[in-house]
Ligand binder design. Structure first.
Ligand code: FMN
Length: 322
């Protein structure tokens, strides 16, 4: 299995965590272009939409070769439909792996037994894993979980069940569904999860700075880390995790942001500049730039209203020259 091959060649896996509306093709291309990430997880897609032949949803699984190895996340609650959706995605895009979302706390998903709600239903969850594994054969199947729904020890019984059903890789966010994003990701419990898991396990949650990667790996004993918010506005995260002395100059930031904007517009069309604003606000957060820029508040005000690529280019050239 290619995941094991990565682990044989290097000690730990650095992976980009799936984020809806964020880890699309454009962003994954940027992360890959900079380097350092071993795997990128693409944003979740609905199994029900895939099997309904939604062109838009299937289009979300399109990717370019430079993004490989890539794992496509799918959510759903019906084992047969999840398996069918995985088959369709494999045929359409042939990703290196498929991931099941069993961690999302959002009501839209959990009210339909999707996402983290599956942690309350281990039999249903195991059936989904079994059917999907059968459908995709040798392609690795990973499952992204939380500690539990409201019980922070559910993972202890849940992990053996889904591994037995065929999960090849577990990724675990050290919070319960009930916690949402409050409190702290419990790295100690992730360590327990690693001890329980027979296969590889990636730790997730609150690794916001590249300097924390080593600490997270040591504390959890995990086979790697999965980075979400830390990579927003900082696609250099993985490179910095490997080389802490790597500094991102403002010139480099501007070049990458413009490159990202062009990829984003190529993916979504001209109105893509509007949806790109969410990335701009991450790129120009003070803690992401690691420096105080005089008057940055006013610049940010302009960036959240930017309405064309040319306007963005002009603003960024000015910021670069401050
Ligand atoms: C904007 C956003 C979108 C997310 N979308 C997904 C998703 O599609 N699938 C998923 O499993 N988790 C999703 N997550 C959760 C993250 O993958 C990750 O588990 C969580 O943010 C904790 O990691 P972090 O502390 O590194 O951000 C999302 C998180 C954010 C902030």
């Amino acid at each position: 299995m290619w995941i094991k091959d990565i682990l044989d060649n290097k000690e730990h896996i650095l992976a980009l965590s799936p984020m809806a509306d964020m880890t699309d093709s454009a962003f994954c291309q940027i992360v890959r272009g900079i380097g350092g990430a071993d795997i990128v997880f693409r944003e979740m897609v609905s199994s029900e939409a895939i099997i309904r032949n939604s062109e838009k949803t299937l289009g979300m699984t399109d990717f370019v070769e430079s993004e490989r190895p890539i794992v496509q996340q799918i959510f759903g609650a019906d084992a047969k439909n999840m398996a069918k959706a995985a088959e369709i995605v494999m045929k359409h895009a042939n990703p290196e792996g498929i991931d099941i979302n069993m961690g999302c706390p959002v009501y839209k998903l959990t009210s339909n037994f999707n996402g983290a709600a599956l942690m309350k239903e281990p039999t249903r969850a195991a059936n989904i894993v079994k059917e999907m594994k059968q459908a995709i054969g040798d392609t690795p199947l990973s499952v992204k979980i939380r500690l539990g729904w409201n019980d922070e020890d559910t993972f202890k019984t849940f992990i053996p069940i889904i591994e037995e059903a065929g999960a090849d890789l577990i990724t675990i966010h050290g919070r319960t569904k009930k916690q949402g994003y409050s409190g702290k990701s419990d790295w100690e419990r992730i360590r327990e999860a690693k001890e329980i898991a027979e296969g590889p396990l990636l730790a997730n949650g609150d690794i916001h700075d590249p300097t924390q990667v080593q600490e997270a790996l040591e504390q959890t004993g995990a086979d790697g880390v999965l980075i979400a918010r830390g990579a927003l506005g900082n696609p250099w995260f993985f490179k910095q995790a490997l080389d802490p002395s790597f500094d991102v100059s403002m010139k480099e930031r501007v070049t990458v942001v413009l490159d990202h904007a062009r990829h984003h517009i190529a993916q979504y069309g001209d109105r893509g500049i509007v949806t790109f604003r969410k990335h701009l606000s991450w790129y120009f957060k003070t803690n992401k730039m690691k420096r105080e820029i005089p008057g940055i508040k006013a610049w940010r005000g302009k960036l959240v209203r930017v309405s064309s690529y040319e306007e963005l280019e002009e603003i960024l050239k000015e910021i670069e020259n401050i």
